[in-house]
Design a protein around this ligand. Structure first.
Ligand SMILES: *[C@@H]1O[C@H](CO)[C@@H](O)[C@H](O)[C@H]1NC(C)=O
Ligand SMILES: *[C@@H]1O[C@H](CO)[C@@H](O)[C@H](O)[C@H]1NC(C)=O
Ligand SMILES: *[C@@H]1O[C@H](CO)[C@@H](O)[C@H](O)[C@H]1NC(C)=O
Ligand SMILES: *[C@@H]1O[C@H](CO)[C@@H](O)[C@H](O)[C@H]1NC(C)=O
Length: 450
């Protein structure tokens, strides 16, 4: 299909729902077209954080809530991102319709990176041979209830923390990085994160053909570590009911946190204790009764400090609250976090394994000595899924901490993702049932938090 045909197809999808100001989209896609626009950078100033940037709002002039989840509502060129992220030819931001934890219409933003290799596809009109055939949705762990620390903004200021987007682009994949916590920065809210991840993929697939992704053969995979694994796991288990037509070839999950209350107990008083206030203020944005309860139960003298996490990154919160007893911030201590209103919130958004079963192959890699989440919770989750026919490769690493396993597991995750994306999975891995292995990979230097 020619670029023009892609363009027309895209416009027909969009005009059918009339969700998007056609003129704006038309202008944007003209900008996107074949290096034509030397003025592209003028269309986009990254100086405003999401909380202040009017682009991060739902459209006001169209009834976007009536559109289907995954519908692209806005798109813009993000010209600085190819400077901060290696191997990117271009980057775009898409704002799309999604669904929050209460199943109300919501919206999220994802950043789509086009790999450098794709230049050959664009210049070789006669052959699709050089065009990408894989999309990786990469969920970055941002672990904060501060919307201004969302990846779409942070990536252009400081680049990416682990170089994994660049490596994936280096393999010729399209890479999308969703702000899966959404407009309220609902850190640790599983349903919100899963929906945002799935709809981010649907949104990207709506436009990716225009950028030359081989839609006839393209495969999609999800990958995330820690907070990113949270979003990816929820996407994997929600996909069957929320996005039944979306085909996902595989999901790689590292450093899982299956049980939010167990993680809280594990982290309290430890180095990572600052993730507790982040998680409580994040998950509660999806549960207004619990949010009001939490704020009302904070000891008055400590309330300001606790609530200041809303302006912190994960690293800042960890530095501020490390080794503290977070229960001590509450009038009623531990009990205040286990009342009925709190438990109802955890039941909806905090426990993996109760909303569905992944129907795609899954790779899980976890350090046995993970200090953020009890490995037994991961064992239990794997057992639960395996009992109902899931296809999982589960690596339990005998060495390393939570942070080290991110590095120790990276090459195994890449190898696994390559196989699901290039179609060789069945030849390399067992495509039936579960394979659980104790492994020993020790390549990571010690790295601290954040
Ligand atoms: C850039 O924008 C200016 C004014 O908006 C216009 O006059 C000029 O033709 C544009 N240049 C290109 C190469 O599009
Ligand atoms: C980034 O993209 C812009 C606009 O497409 C382009 O002019 C620029 O050369 C690119 N930079 C790099 C480093 O590729
Ligand atoms: C989560 O962890 C808590 C604390 O360890 C435990 O009491 C609870 O049963 C767990 N919930 C689920 C759903 O596994
Ligand atoms: C892994 O090691 C644990 C003990 O650390 C043992 O209980 C378990 O059976 C082992 N699992 C496999 C699949 O070898």
């Amino acid at each position: 299909m020619t670029l023009l045909a892609h363009l027309l197809l895209l416009f027909s999808i969009i005009s059918a729902t009339s969700a998007v100001p056609l003129k704006t989209l038309h202008q944007l896609f003209l900008k996107a077209d074949a290096d034509a626009n030397a003025n592209a950078t003028q269309s986009y100033y990254p100086s405003l954080p999401p909380s202040l940037d009017p682009w991060y709002r739902a459209p006001t002039t169209h009834d976007w809530t009536q559109t289907d989840p995954g519908q692209v509502l806005k798109i813009r060129h993000a010209p600085l991102l190819n400077l901060t992220v290696r191997n990117a030819l271009r980057a775009y931001q898409l704002l799309y319709r999604s669904t929050d934890s209460a199943y109300n219409p919501s919206w999220d933003v994802t950043t789509l990176f086009i790999p450098r290799w794709q230049a050959r596809c664009w210049s070789t009109a006669a052959s699709t041979r050089w065009c990408a055939h894989a999309l990786l949705s990469y969920q970055l762990p941002y672990d904060t209830c501060n919307v201004d620390a969302s990846p779409s903004f942070g990536l252009q200021l400081v680049g990416e923390p682990y170089g994994e987007v660049a490596d994936a682009l280096g393999l010729g994949w399209f890479v999308a990085v969703p702000d899966y916590e959404g407009p309220l920065a609902s850190y640790a809210a599983g349903v919100q994160a899963g929906h945002a991840t799935l709809d981010g993929v649907r949104a990207v697939l709506q436009v990716a053909g225009y950028f030359g992704l081989r839609m006839d053969v393209a495969k999609v995979a999800l990958w995330g570590y820690s907070g990113g694994a949270l979003a990816s796991e929820w996407a994997a288990e929600l996909a069957g009911q929320y996005a039944p037509k979306l085909r996902i070839a595989g999901v790689a999950l590292g450093g899982l946190t299956p049980n939010v209350t167990s993680v809280t107990e594990y982290l309290n008083g430890r180095e990572g204790a600052g993730l507790i206030p982040q998680g409580l203020m994040g998950i509660a944005t999806q549960h207004p009764d619990a949010y009001r309860w939490i704020v009302s139960r904070l000891r008055p003298r400590l309330r300001g400090l606790f609530l200041s996490v809303r302006r912190m990154t994960a690293a800042q919160a960890i530095a501020t609250f490390q080794y503290q007893d977070i229960y001590g911030y509450f009038v009623g201590g531990y009990q205040d976090l286990h009342t009925r209103v709190m438990q109802m919130m955890y039941n909806v958004d905090g426990y993996m394994g109760y909303h569905g079963v992944p129907r795609m192959p899954v790779f899980i890699y976890n350090a046995i000595n993970d200090e953020l989440s009890d490995i037994r919770d991961v064992d239990e989750l794997v057992d639960r899924f395996c009992g109902v026919g899931a296809n999982i490769l589960y690596h339990r690493n005998t060495v390393g901490t939570h942070t080290q396993e991110l590095v120790n597991g990276r090459q195994r995750a890449f190898a696994w993702l390559r196989s699901v994306l290039d179609g060789s999975y069945d030849e390399v891995y067992s495509s039936m049932g579960c394979t659980i292995q104790n492994v020993t990979y020790n390549i990571a230097p010690w790295v601290g938090w954040g």
